[in-house]
Design a protein around this ligand. Structure first.
Ligand code: GCU
Length: 138
């Protein structure tokens, strides 16, 4: 089963813009977080059944400074100030992942910048299952 990828440009954005000026992203663009604390993107993801999942974020950070974000699943912080380190260039897209338990059906995954630099540029959120890279929790 192919991994389920949720594009950031289709998510709910608070204090950020969809842009496409840094090549290498998937879909039609990425989210440029406003450079403020609290800027966020909220994804709505679907799990066929409850269980552990791996949430993988595609992102770029063209600065040398970490742009940490709180990762909040269904209203609960599952990773506080998760690091999104510099990737060397805005066109250098990398991945970082967190583990979370999902409920059956619709879940919300919110990534909120915790510093005044805002978040990194976020391309997508991918849902996978532990031990099954590239698989959805179905
Ligand atoms: C630059 C870059 C943006 C990025 C921004 C930032 O303006 O082009 O894509 O989001 O820096 O620092 O957040």
């Amino acid at each position: 089963v192919a991994a389920a990828r949720y594009e950031a440009e289709s998510a709910t954005i608070s204090q950020g813009l969809v842009e496409s000026n840094h090549a290498g992203f998937s879909g039609t663009g990425f989210v440029n977080y406003d450079n403020v604390t609290g800027s966020s993107v909220q994804f709505q993801v679907t799990a066929a059944q409850a269980g552990a999942a791996i949430l993988t974020f595609g992102f770029a950070n063209g600065t040398p400074t970490n742009r940490p974000m709180n990762i909040i699943v269904n209203g609960t912080t599952v990773a506080g100030a998760k690091p999104f380190q510099g990737t060397g260039a805005w066109t250098n897209w990398q991945q970082t992942a967190v583990n979370a338990n999902l409920t059956a059906g619709t879940n919300t995954v919110r990534a909120v910048a915790t510093t005044a630099n805002g978040g990194p540029n976020v391309d997508y959120l991918e849902l996978g299952s532990p031990g099954q890279p590239g698989a959805t929790p179905v």
